[in-house]
Design a protein around this ligand. Structure first.
Ligand code: IMP
Ligand code: MG
Length: 202
């Protein structure tokens, strides 16, 4: 056990995602793992303060929110329970209507519960605004949203995101839960893809 830990370089020597992109498909690291960790701690402190003395139900939207869900929930000191949902837009042609299909619903009722939706990124905000309406119809005590990233487009729709980690430009990003054709979710930082990688994934 001790030998294993001592010989493992994982904790200290893993690429941190600094100025030199560690993955060949990453053009630029926009947010390092250190910056994410710092921000998640800040968000957790705000949530701890706002929900002091209460229990909150964290609802993660699969799969992108898996990373922030894991890190944020462990940084909280308030009582929190976890649920996950999986949703999908009804095809690309109708996605702008914000019509969403539930692939995996909550495992329990949320009546009278303080719900905090945990999202990786808010882009058009259409999925989220549908989700909030859907959750509100179940009569929770409250519904708020925390998102690690927000793009400028999100500001055009009236979706209130109470906690935002970073406002980023509209560029397509991957890492820390975010994918391109299901790849790159496991990168510990957020970055943009090279044109070659984008072309390959088409
Ligand atoms: P919205 O309904 O347009 O806000 O869609 C949000 C969802 O689109 C996110 O949960 C992501 O799955 C996906 N998405 C939006 N922007 C990006 C991006 O830059 N990289 C990867 N996925 C993204
Ligand atoms: Mg996606």
């Amino acid at each position: 056990m001790t030998e294993l830990m001592a010989s493992s370089p994982a904790a200290t020597e893993r690429p941190a995602g600094g100025s030199r992109p560690p993955h060949p498909d990453i053009a630029e690291v926009l947010i390092t793992r250190e910056a994410i960790a710092e921000k998640v701690a800040e968000l957790a402190a705000m949530i701890d303060r706002d929900y002091a003395g209460q229990t909150v139900l964290l609802v993660g939207v699969l799969k992108g929110a898996a990373m922030i869900m894991a890190d944020l929930s462990r940084a909280l000191t308030i009582d929190a329970t976890l649920e996950f949902m999986a949703v999908s837009s009804y095809g690309s042609s109708t996605s702008s209507s914000g019509v969403v299909r539930i692939l995996k619903d909550l495992d329990r009722a949320i009546e009278g519960v303080h719900v905090l939706v945990v999202e990786d990124i808010i882009d058009s905000g259409l999925t989220l605004s549908w989700l909030i309406r859907n959750l509100r119809s179940r009569h929770p005590a409250s519904v708020e949203v925390v998102a690690l990233l927000r793009k400028p487009e999100a500001l055009k729709v009236s979706v209130e995101v109470r906690y935002v980690g970073f406002d980023i430009p509209s560029a397509f990003v991957v890492g820390y839960g975010l994918d391109y054709a299901e790849r790159y979710r496991t990168l510990p930082y957020v970055g943009t893809l090279t044109p070659e990688a984008i072309e390959r994934g088409r």
